[in-house]
Design a protein around this ligand. Structure first.
Ligand SMILES: NC(=O)c1ccc[n+]([C@@H]2O[C@H](COP(=O)([O-])OP(=O)(O)OC[C@H]3O[C@@H](n4cnc5c(N)ncnc54)[C@H](O)[C@@H]3O)[C@@H](O)[C@H]2O)c1
Length: 437
């Protein structure tokens, strides 16, 4: 089974007299995430080869003509231009056949880092025409509910890059759960200031669609789903109890106007044992989020962390025009004792993920999970192993069960927020934000 998964190639390199398993990989999009994935793939290539897997970047697809000309030298892969402005663009499946040369029954891994609005079409094209291929897409995979139908149909071929699932702090939490740690309450804050740029120049927005909820919130919703599943709490019983919009960004020029919700949601897991999860997400930075948050009676992130003696430089990325924080408060029991953990999920130069034990007032050791590999490198590693070993994908931390839960929860939150706080309020919030810039 393993051998049949790999593309036949007589020039396969040898490993101690054994044949290497060559895995063809195709990248779609070579923007910020595509480049990061390329670096990450290089980080894991030697290790994979030592394990007998040869990851071969066969082609990179790009829609940017300037990038296309430098891609072959930069990546060593075939560069394929996708003419998105053509009156009748060539279908992705046709381009994979020719010029890339993949056949309908070939097995390969596609990594999709095009803008989110392209993912659904790409996913369907790959899964429909190449039933042995695995599609790994950047999040969000879908910005509309209809995407879930495709997920249901092609679930065994689809993975989604929930990059935080491979963050050192999360790996530590998962390991603690395999011991006696039981989570009862999760609270996430994911804030950055890219919305300020979007407010000032909405026409320049790139890559991301779906607003702070689908861009930021989905990371933590997926993480919550992964942690809950690790505790045998399935997501089928999740309910959005409360959802409010703390701010709406002006809609993108051709959007439906609903894409930029930033806000607060309380999700409850009703399955035994009980576990609550709250999510706060925003594109307007810590300062402005904190102001808005406290003005409607929600907690202040800054005050919360200060209460634990956690100084700002250790958890907040601050560069001119850019501000980012990703914090989780995880409460539960360990060996029968109440345990509260403050978790920093942000990993940026000078800022390390950490898990701080609030009762013991100490940082838990994450050194075991530190390596020169980025979390994205670990995601690719996981996807490549899922591919090569033909593991059932739906149960992977990046697989259909988590993808469905995370996207479904986002759509539920978005719908509920709109019902609870219709446009009249969001217009008011919007003008508040613009005035504050
Ligand atoms: N997992 C994460 O942590 C994370 C972080 C940031 C972004 N993302 C997601 O990654 C995706 C890409 O974001 P980005 O920041 O890299 O965007 P980006 O704009 O930097 O890159 C997108 C690239 O895709 C190319 N492109 C556009 N249409 C294409 C097509 N049809 N075929 C081939 N190439 C095409 C563009 O020319 C561009 O170079 C988005 O879905 C975003 O939400 C995920």
């Amino acid at each position: 089974m393993l051998a049949s998964y790999l593309v036949a190639d007589n020039s396969k390199p040898e490993l101690d007299g054994h044949r290497m398993h060559k895995l063809n990989i195709v990248f779609l999009g070579f923007g910020r995430m595509g480049r990061a994935a390329f670096v990450s793939l290089n980080q894991i290539t030697d290790r994979l080869r030592q394990e007998g897997i040869d990851p071969y970047l066969r082609a990179v697809f790009e829609a940017d003509e300037n990038l296309i000309s430098i891609l072959p030298d930069l990546t060593g892969a075939k560069a394929v231009f996708v003419d998105t402005r053509a009156a009748r663009p060539v279908a992705l499946s046709d381009l994979l056949h020719q010029p890339v040369g993949l056949r309908a029954d070939d097995e390969f891994l596609i990594y999709d880092a095009t803008p989110s609005t392209c993912h659904l079409e790409n996913l369907v094209a790959v899964c429909e025409h190449f039933p042995q291929a695995i599609y790994l897409g950047e999040k969000p995979l879908f910005t509309r509910r209809s995407g879930l139908i495709a997920l249901n149909h092609f679930g065994e071929q689809i993975l989604c890059d929930f990059v935080d699932s491979q963050n050192q702090a999360v790996l530590k939490l998962l390991a603690m759960q395999r011991g006696s740690f039981r989570i009862e309450r999760l609270r996430f804050w994911r804030l950055n200031s890219s919305g300020l740029q979007k407010l000032l120049a909405p026409q320049d927005r790139r890559g991301i669609e779906g607003g702070a909820l689908l861009d930021k919130g989905i990371h933590d919703i997926a993480l919550a789903a992964i942690l809950m599943r690790n505790q045998q709490i399935t997501g089928a019983s999740w309910t959005v109890r409360e959802a409010t919009n703390l701010a709406f960004m002006p809609p993108a020029p051709d959007s439906d106007g609903l894409t930029d919700a930033a806000g607060y949601a309380r999700i409850e897991s009703l399955g035994p044992p009980r576990a609550n999860a709250e999510f706060h997400y925003s594109w307007i930075g810590v300062e402005r989020f904190d102001d808005l948050s406290t003005s409607i009676g929600q907690p202040s992130l800054r005050a919360l962390l200060n209460r634990h003696g956690l100084e700002e430089p250790s958890w907040l990325w601050r560069t001119p025009g850019e501000e980012e924080a990703r914090i989780a408060l995880v409460e539960g029991t360990e060996a029968g004792r109440d345990t509260r953990l403050v978790v920093n999920l942000l990993s940026r130069p000078g800022i390390q993920p950490f898990v701080f034990h609030a009762e013991r007032e100490e940082f838990l050791d994450l050194s075991f999970y530190r390596s020169s590999e980025s979390p994205l490198a670990r995601v690719l590693n996981l996807a490549i192993h899922n591919c090569v070993n033909r593991l059932p994908l739906s149960c992977s931390p990046l697989g259909a069960a988590i993808i469905a839960q995370a996207h479904q929860a986002c759509f539920d939150i978005r719908d509920q927020a709109l019902v609870q706080q219709p446009h009249a309020t969001s217009d008011w919030m919007q003008s508040e934000c613009i005035l504050n810039v």
